[in-house]
Ligand binder design. Structure first.
Ligand SMILES: *[C@@H]1O[C@H](CO)[C@@H](O)[C@H](O)[C@H]1NC(C)=O
Ligand SMILES: *[C@@H]1O[C@H](CO)[C@@H](O)[C@H](O)[C@H]1NC(C)=O
Ligand SMILES: *[C@@H]1O[C@H](CO)[C@@H](O)[C@H](O)[C@H]1NC(C)=O
Ligand SMILES: *[C@@H]1O[C@H](CO)[C@@H](O)[C@H](O)[C@H]1NC(C)=O
Ligand SMILES: *[C@@H]1O[C@H](CO)[C@@H](O)[C@H](O)[C@H]1NC(C)=O
Ligand SMILES: *[C@@H]1O[C@H](CO)[C@@H](O)[C@H](O)[C@H]1NC(C)=O
Length: 291
C-alpha cells in the first residue's frame, strides 16, 4: 500500500520535474557547441495568452528565460542571464539561443497560459574531430591500436578489413584501445566514432616485416597459379587445333569423291600434310606470342 503510494508520488515528481529527478521529456533535441539553436515555439501563431520559458540542469535547478504576453504591445521579458543570448519570436513564442554552450544542456520547460507544459531535453554536443588511429606498445608481443579523438563520441566501432573485429579481441579504455594478437596484423583497421549527429572514422594499415613476406608469398602463389592455368589453356588449344585439322583432313578423304578421284592411294597428299602442320605451328606460335 505504502509502496504504491510512494510509486505514485515519485511518478508525480518525475512528471513535474521537481526535486532533482529527471522528468520524462516530450522531445529530445540535439545542438552543436557554438551553433545557434532554435527552441520550438507554438505550431500556429498565437494572438493572446502567455508563454513562459524555464531551464533546469544539475548546476542550475531553475532559471527563468523569458515571459511573453502575446496580446501585449511590449516586447518579451527576458531574464538577465539570457538578455544578450536570445532572439525571441513574438509570433509563436519560439527563440534562438546563440552560441550554444555545454552549460546549456538540460531541460527546457515551455508553459502556455501557466499550465500547459512542454518538456524539451536539450543535449549539447562537441562535434567529433581529429579521429586518429595509431599503435601503442602492448604486453605479450600483442599490438595495441589506440583511437584518439576529440569531442563527444557516444560509441566506438572497430573493424578489420571491412568486418567487425572477432569477439575474443580485447577492448580497453571505453573501447578506445583495441588489442590485436600479433599474428593477426597485416590488415586495414578502421575506428568509427558515432555521435548523435555524425560518424567520423580513421583508417590504419598495420604492417610489420612479416606482412611483407605474406604479401610477396601471396603474389608469388597467385602469379604461379595464373601462369599454370594459361599454359594449360594453350596446350588445350594446340591439341584442339591439331585434332580438328587432322579430322578435317580425314573426313575430306572419306567423303569427297572428287578428292578420291584425284588421289589414287588414299593417303593425304604432301601439300595437305604440310598445310596441316603449318596451321598447327601457326596456332601454337600465335598463342605463345600472346603469353
Ligand atoms: C549565430 O547568430 C549570430 C547573431 O545572429 C550570428 O552572428 C552568427 O553568425 C550565428 N552563428 C552561426 C554558427 O550561425
Ligand atoms: C516560429 O517563428 C519563427 C520566426 O518567424 C520561425 O522561424 C519558426 O519556424 C516558427 N515555428 C516554430 C514551431 O517555432
Ligand atoms: C491561452 O489563453 C488565451 C486566452 O487568455 C486563449 O485565447 C489561448 O487559446 C490559450 N492558448 C492555449 C494554447 O491554450
Ligand atoms: C600477458 O600474459 C600474461 C600471462 O600469459 C597474462 O596474465 C596477461 O594478462 C597478459 N597481458 C595482456 C595485456 O594480455
Ligand atoms: C589525442 O586527443 C587529444 C584530445 O582529445 C589531443 O589533445 C591529443 O593531442 C591527441 N593526441 C594525438 C597523438 O593526436
Ligand atoms: C564497446 O564495444 C562493444 C562491442 O562492440 C559494445 O557492445 C559496447 O557497447 C561498446 N562500448 C562503448 C562505450 O562504445
Amino acid at each position: 500500500m505504502f509502496l504504491v503510494l510512494f510509486l505514485m508520488l515519485s511518478k508525480e515528481c518525475w512528471n513535474l520535474g521537481s526535486s532533482g529527478i529527471r522528468p520524462v521529456p516530450n522531445e529530445i533535441l540535439y545542438g552543436k557547441v557554438g551553433s545557434n539553436f532554435t527552441m520550438p515555439g507554438l505550431e500556429q501563431d498565437q494572438h493572446d495568452g502567455v508563454i513562459e520559458w524555464e531551464f533546469s540542469s544539475v548546476e542550475k535547478p531553475l532559471a527563468y528565460i523569458a515571459t511573453y504576453y502575446f496580446d501585449s504591445h511590449i516586447g518579451p521579458d527576458v531574464f538577465s542571464a539570457y538578455n544578450k543570448r536570445i532572439s525571441f519570436f513574438e509570433s509563436n513564442g519560439s527563440f534562438v539561443l546563440h552560441q550554444l554552450q555545454k552549460s546549456d544542456e538540460g531541460i527546457y520547460y515551455r508553459k502556455i497560459n501557466l499550465t500547459k507544459k512542454w518538456i524539451i531535453d536539450l543535449k549539447v554536443y562537441e562535434p567529433v574531430s581529429n579521429v586518429l588511429v595509431y599503435p601503442v606498445p602492448g604486453e605479450n608481443s600483442s599490438i595495441l591500436l589506440h583511437c584518439n579523438f576529440s569531442g563527444d563520441g557516444d560509441f566506438i566501432y572497430w573493424s578489420r578489413d571491412g568486418k567487425s573485429v572477432p569477439d575474443g579481441w580485447k577492448l580497453m579504455n571505453r573501447n578506445q584501445t583495441l588489442q590485436v594478437p600479433s599474428t593477426e596484423a597485416c590488415s586495414l583497421f578502421r575506428c568509427e566514432i558515432f555521435s548523435a549527429y555524425e560518424k567520423k572514422s580513421n583508417d590504419f594499415i598495420y604492417k610489420n616485416e612479416h606482412c611483407k613476406d605474406w604479401t610477396s608469398i601471396k603474389i608469388a602463389a597467385i602469379s604461379s597459379v595464373a601462369g599454370l592455368i594459361i599454359i594449360i589453356i594453350i596446350i588445350i588449344i594446340i591439341l584442339l587445333v591439331i585434332y580438328f585439322c587432322c579430322k578435317r583432313r580425314k573426313s575430306s578423304h572419306n567423303k569427297l569423291p572428287e578428292v578420291q578421284k584425284l588421289r589414287s592411294d588414299g593417303n593425304p597428299s604432301p601439300q595437305e600434310r604440310s598445310q596441316c602442320l603449318l596451321v598447327s605451328a601457326q596456332a601454337a606460335g600465335s598463342h605463345s606470342e600472346k603469353v
